[in-house]
Design a protein around this ligand. Structure first.
Ligand SMILES: *[C@@H]1O[C@H](CO)[C@@H](O)[C@H](O)[C@H]1NC(C)=O
Ligand SMILES: *[C@@H]1O[C@H](CO)[C@@H](O)[C@H](O)[C@H]1NC(C)=O
Ligand SMILES: *[C@@H]1O[C@H](CO)[C@@H](O)[C@H](O)[C@H]1NC(C)=O
Ligand SMILES: *[C@@H]1O[C@H](CO)[C@@H](O)[C@H](O)[C@H]1NC(C)=O
Ligand SMILES: *[C@@H]1O[C@H](CO)[C@@H](O)[C@H](O)[C@H]1NC(C)=O
Ligand SMILES: *[C@@H]1O[C@H](CO)[C@@H](O)[C@H](O)[C@H]1NC(C)=O
Ligand SMILES: *[C@@H]1O[C@H](CO)[C@@H](O)[C@H](O)[C@H]1NC(C)=O
Ligand SMILES: *[C@@H]1O[C@H](CO)[C@@H](O)[C@H](O)[C@H]1NC(C)=O
Ligand SMILES: *[C@@H]1O[C@H](CO)[C@@H](O)[C@H](O)[C@H]1NC(C)=O
Ligand SMILES: *[C@@H]1O[C@H](CO)[C@@H](O)[C@H](O)[C@H]1NC(C)=O
Ligand SMILES: *[C@@H]1O[C@H](CO)[C@@H](O)[C@H](O)[C@H]1NC(C)=O
Ligand SMILES: *[C@@H]1O[C@H](CO)[C@@H](O)[C@H](O)[C@H]1NC(C)=O
Length: 655
């Protein structure tokens, strides 16, 4: 009997009602006034019923909590139909009647709900699958469990100490998942005779020492090994641990202390590898050509090491590669032409290395690219016109690109992040930037329910980086180049932009009056240009704005007053400094009568900019939106803009 399934199968809400009524019909209480009797009934909104919490987005039960309720009877098997249920708390009831038949127990409690001990399992001799998270797991070290599990999943359970004896007894295990359980010690003796083990996840513990020499013999069936965030200490990049380990397809050793070069025979050691995460270690040396023989690889992350030398010329022989992350190493040389052979690439992260040369034309073949981050290198040449139009993030910052921004970029209609900062670009902002429709709508960040890495890893849906790129961070940064001309009013069509940085260029003319329409804007930096004219009063309509810099331009007239501008960090006069003709609070210079321009004229002038769509509705919404900003303020305090960008980009890859 399957008791509680985490998978989000598309059963609808009437199914939940049916299931809850079935559950109710199997339980009773000696207290006639217990509200459950009248409360859970046909046709009522079960989301408001006692003990039930629904998802914020759908009328689906996510939590069923009736602790200390004096309930008796059995738990109906329909509980397995509550497919959105993540928390089941039936602590201290008398519902154990049927539980001895349980084969699966997924108890994903809230933190701090309770402690699990031997007694809870005394009757569960038929248990095959056990999943528990965020519970204190307290059993005696010599506990002999009554069950022989096939699946054990514990997360944040604070077991502590060495790999527990009672788990070592579970020789039938096929999947073992113990994440963040404070387990220490080495792997040497813990894994004898797990002949059936195919998945081993021990992420985020305190496991030390090297991976044992005969690991591939100890666990001959293993397909997936996750040991990331431990203290694994290999002095010679795994060269002794794996020997022709054909069954291993996923290997994650991120965030450990692995040293030395990648062995030349790595591809013979792990010939079937599809996923390789060795990021955040101390691996050095260059990438061996033999890496190109690992033709099953689709996801490789070696970022955050000390890799040097060139990229292997044969890199593109990895035809299945979808994700290539080599960020933050010391790799030099060019991107080899063969890269076009990796035509399935979705994510290419080469940022923060010492790569040079122009981007190879063969990259045009990688039409699926969603993220290309090659920032912080020494690439030169023009920005290519042929970049694939599935890109959602293009990050070229801190390189030596020169020439104009090609108008072909405007065809990247999915682009959310365009970062060309710190290059040597010339010319103007193409008017067609207003066509970047990916930057137009910003659905402000909404928590999506993450059904949990827990479930994903167990059920094999681990490609969670396919979540759509968050709409939350839409960013255009072309700062610190040699760009000239006016800020095209079309730019203000990009109402989804959260950050806009045009600073440190040679822009002239006025701030487009419609700037107030860029209603998602949180950070606006126009500093260090030659912009002039008045600061449009519509700026104060940017109700999310929490970072503004207009310093070192030639703005004149009165600094607009408006609720938003007053609540900015922005009693701070430095955001206006270097504009000798500005006056009014927060700078000390007082305005003369003539410069007190009423704000309404700004909106009339706007019509001259090809903008004849300001109507009452817009003005009304501006009034209503103003003043929403405070909630977003805290977020800005915590993280600089770049940090936020980094975080989003990271999330894309790791989910
Ligand atoms: C919900 O599911 C029930 C049975 O599973 C079905 O009869 C009903 O039509 C479904 N309702 C919707 C809105 O899909
Ligand atoms: C069930 O009980 C809760 C809390 O006592 C109450 O708020 C809710 O209105 C009740 N619902 C029904 C349908 O009686
Ligand atoms: C609900 O669960 C019962 C028993 O587990 C099962 O027979 C039934 O098909 C399930 N209903 C749906 C809609 O999945
Ligand atoms: C628990 O329920 C069983 C019957 O389901 C009953 O025999 C037993 O007395 C109950 N125990 C307590 C402590 O109420
Ligand atoms: C790890 O587990 C502890 C409880 O043992 C919990 O407090 C902490 O939040 C968990 N950390 C993560 C990253 O899940
Ligand atoms: C790979 O695993 C299968 C069982 O899944 C096993 O029969 C086989 O012997 C293993 N291969 C090696 C090379 O150990
Ligand atoms: C890889 O090379 C190491 C020594 O460099 C050797 O010990 C190991 O057996 C080799 N493995 C394979 C599969 O060739
Ligand atoms: C790699 O690092 C080790 C020390 O950790 C050092 O002895 C060795 O020379 C380094 N190799 C290269 C190629 O930098
Ligand atoms: C482009 O990709 C295709 C497969 O999609 C491949 O056959 C071709 O060789 C690649 N071209 C280059 C120049 O790498
Ligand atoms: C930037 O380009 C100009 C010519 O367009 C050139 O004179 C200048 O040296 C370049 N600056 C850098 C830092 O490469
Ligand atoms: C792109 O922008 C240009 C100039 O702003 C405009 O003429 C053209 O119609 C736009 N193209 C699309 C596809 O929107
Ligand atoms: C804008 O870009 C400049 C130069 O690249 C940088 O110094 C500044 O911090 C950026 N502003 C914001 C708000 O990120």
């Amino acid at each position: 009997m399957k008791v509680l399934c985490l998978a989000a199968s598309p059963i609808n809400s009437s199914t939940d009602e049916h299931s809850l009524l079935a559950i109710k019909s199997h339980i009773f209480t000696s207290d006639p006034n217990y509200p459950l009797a009248s409360n859970w009934s046909v046709g009522t909104d079960f989301c408001t019923s006692i003990g039930i919490t629904c998802s914020r987005r759908h009328p689906r039960a996510t939590k069923l909590s009736l602790p200390y309720s004096g309930l008796q009877g059995t738990i109906a098997k329909e509980i397995g139909n509550l497919s959105f249920l993540t928390i089941l708390d039936l602590t201290m009831n008398n519902l154990s009647g049927q539980l001895s038949n349980l084969e699966t127990l997924d108890v994903l409690y809230n933190p701090l709900v309770g402690t699990v001990s031997e007694d809870h399992f005394a009757k569960l001799s038929k248990l095959l699958e056990l999943s528990i998270s965020s519970l204190k797991f307290k059993v005696k070290s010599d506990w002999v469990p009554p069950f022989r599990l096939q699946v054990l999943a514990l997360e944040s359970c604070n077991i502590g100490g060495q790999f527990p004896q009672w788990v070592q007894m579970q020789k039938e295990l096929e999947r073992l998942y113990m994440k963040n359980c404070s387990i220490s010690g080495t792997l040497s003796n813990s894994f004898d005779n797990y002949k059936n083990l195919i998945y081993l996840y021990l992420s985020n513990n305190h496991i030390q020492g090297p991976i044992p020499n005969n690991f591939s013999q100890m666990l001959p069936s293993l397909h997936r090994l996750y040991l990331d965030q431990n203290n694994i200490n290999e002095s010679d990049t795994l060269s002794n641990s794996f020997d022709n380990y054909k069954n291993l397809t996923y290997l994650s050793l991120s965030n450990n202390h692995i040293q030395g070069p990648i062995p030349n025979n790595f591809s013979q050691m792990l010939p079937s590898l599809q996923l390789l995460y060795l990021d955040q270690n101390n691996i050095n040396g260059s990438l061996p050509d033999s890496l190109c023989e690992m033709t099953s690889l689709y996801d490789m992350d070696l970022s955050g090491n000390h890799l040097s030398g060139n990229l292997p010329g044969c890199l593109g022989y990895l035809h299945k590669l979808e994700i290539l992350k080599l960020s933050s190493n010391e790799i030099s040389g060019i991107i080899p032409n063969s890269i076009g052979g990796a035509s399935l690439l979705l994510f290419l992260n080469l940022n923060n290395n010492s790569l040079t040369g122009e981007l190879p034309f063969t990259l045009k073949n990688c039409t699926r690219l969603v993220v290309m981050d090659i920032g912080e290198n020494m690439f030169s040449g023009n920005i290519p016109k042929w970049i694939g139009n599935n890109l959602q993030a293009l990050r070229l910052r801190n390189n030596k690109f020169y020439g104009h921004i090609p108008s072909e970029i405007c065809q990247l209609y999915k682009l959310h992040i365009l970062d060309l900062a710190n290059n040597n670009l010339t010319g103007g902002i193409p008017n067609c930037f207003g066509n970047l429709s990916g930057m137009v709508v910003n659905v402000h960040y909404e928590d999506y329910i993450n059904y949990g890495s827990f479930d994903e890893v167990l059920k094999g849906q681990e490609r969670n980086y396919f979540y759509p790129i968050s709409n939350y961070l839409i960013n255009l940064d072309i700062s610190n180049n040699n760009l000239v001309g006016k800020i095209p009013w079309e730019l203000t069509k990009l109402s989804g932009l959260v950050g806009l940085n045009l600073s440190h260029n040679h822009f002239v003319g006025r701030i487009p009056k419609r700037i107030g329409h860029m209603e998602s804007m949180e950070s606006l930096d126009l500093s260090n240009n030659n912009l002039s004219g008045p600061i449009p009063s519509s700026l104060s309509d940017l109700s999310f704005l929490s970072h503004l810099n207009l310093s070192h331009n030639n703005f004149s007239g009165q600094i607009p007053t408006g609720r938003q501008l007053q609540t900015l960090d922005h009693d701070d006069p430095s955001i206006y400094e270097g504009n000798p003709q500005l006056c009014g609070a927060p700078i000390p210079k007082k305005c003369e009568e003539a410069s007190m321009v009423p704000s309404i004229t700004d909106n009339h002038v706007a019509a001259n900019e090809g903008d004849n769509i300001i109507d009452d509705k817009v003005l009304l919404s501006i009034v209503i939106i103003t003043g929403f900003a405070t909630g977003f303020w805290g977020r800005w305090r915590q993280a600089s803009f770049e940090f936020a960008e980094e975080r989003i980009i990271r999330r894309l890859f790791r989910g």
